[in-house]
Design a protein around this ligand. Structure first.
Ligand SMILES: [Fe+2]
Length: 304
């Protein structure tokens, strides 16, 4: 059972407990989230001028968009203001920057169906982030940059939280994926041959789905162990969203997290998380219990 909480009064501790039990939390109106979205709209509007960003696919080819995004997305990800916004959002929602570690925020673009959907604009099929090396302690934060709609956001498959589903995560090696990340251009066209963990059997139309559409200025929090996917964008506009991931040091040390019942990937994404107060890394001692024995030889860290 997945409960959805709208603007709850939970403190950070209660919230993480709920998230690890499969609940999804939506905050509808957070000034710091609205500021992050406005900052991002400004950057995108500048880089896409004179085109209107949500209609840019009408005037530029998938190849041109891939070029633009390959250049722009890392600039957004590593802009010093981007992580500062993450810190302000987390603090505004009651999390302590001294205890919370975050990965750099990612900008996602979903072009209307038929447009660029590989490489730099990969449309994620059903997956758990834990199949991609995310720890079960991971909390995902997702927010729209322009107004989103039910035909261009993401969806959950609530039946599968805590229930094992046959998948190919065993073929995924997080450290190999970091090498691919540094070669993203070669996957942003016709062929995207990277391993993308997914259920072995595709879902039918009768699979229960949960789709939530937070407004701009709102944010949705959920476990990285939720089974979720990008919805093929059947709207006429490009969807831009931001997501970032956090872990709380107390959860990393205690091992408390989501069930992670069917995770078979190699390696861990934990080294990508930095403390929000001072950018410190997690210690190797803290990371070691999450790493996979034998994965040592291939640790390579990409630009994120
Ligand atoms: Fe995901």
């Amino acid at each position: 059972m997945v409960n959805v909480h709208i603007d709850p009064a939970f403190d950070d501790e209660q919230r993480r407990q709920r998230i690890f039990a499969g609940d999804v939390i939506v905050y509808t109106n957070v000034p710091e989230v609205a500021e992050f979205a406005a900052f991002t709209r400004g950057l995108i509007t500048d880089v896409m001028a004179p085109d209107e960003p949500i209609r840019v696919h009408e005037s530029r080819s998938p190849e041109e968009l891939a070029e633009l995004l390959i250049d722009f997305k890392p600039k957004f990800i590593h802009h010093p203001e981007s992580i500062a916004h993450v810190r302000r959002v987390a603090r505004a929602l009651g999390a302590s920057p001294d205890a919370l570690y975050a990965d750099v925020p990612k900008l996602r673009t979903a072009f209307p169906a038929g447009g660029l959907s590989t490489g730099i604009a990969y449309a994620f099929q059903a997956h758990r982030d834990t199949w991609y090396g995310g720890p079960t302690q991971q909390v995902n934060w997702w927010l729209p940059v322009w107004p989103a709609a039910a035909n261009n956001v993401m969806e959950f498959y609530p039946h599968w939280f805590g229930n094992a589903i046959e998948n190919n995560s065993g073929e995924y090696n997080y450290y190999q994926a970091n090498i691919w990340r540094s070669q993203i251009k070669s996957f942003s066209g016709g062929k995207d041959v990277r391993v993308h963990p997914a259920p072995v059997r595709p879902f039918g139309d009768d699979e229960p789905r949960l789709c939530l559409v937070p407004p701009v200025g709102g944010v949705m929090l959920f476990s990285g162990d939720q089974l979720h996917a990008s919805i093929p964008n059947t709207s006429e506009v490009t969807r831009y969203s931001i997501d970032f991931r956090t872990v709380h040091i107390a959860d990393v040390r205690s091992g408390r997290g989501a069930p992670g019942v069917d995770v078979a990937c190699t390696g861990t994404a934990l080294r990508d998380f930095h403390r929000l107060s001072d950018n410190a890394e997690l210690s190797e001692e803290d990371v070691a219990p999450y790493d996979t024995e034998g994965a040592e030889g291939v640790k390579i860290y990409g630009p994120g």
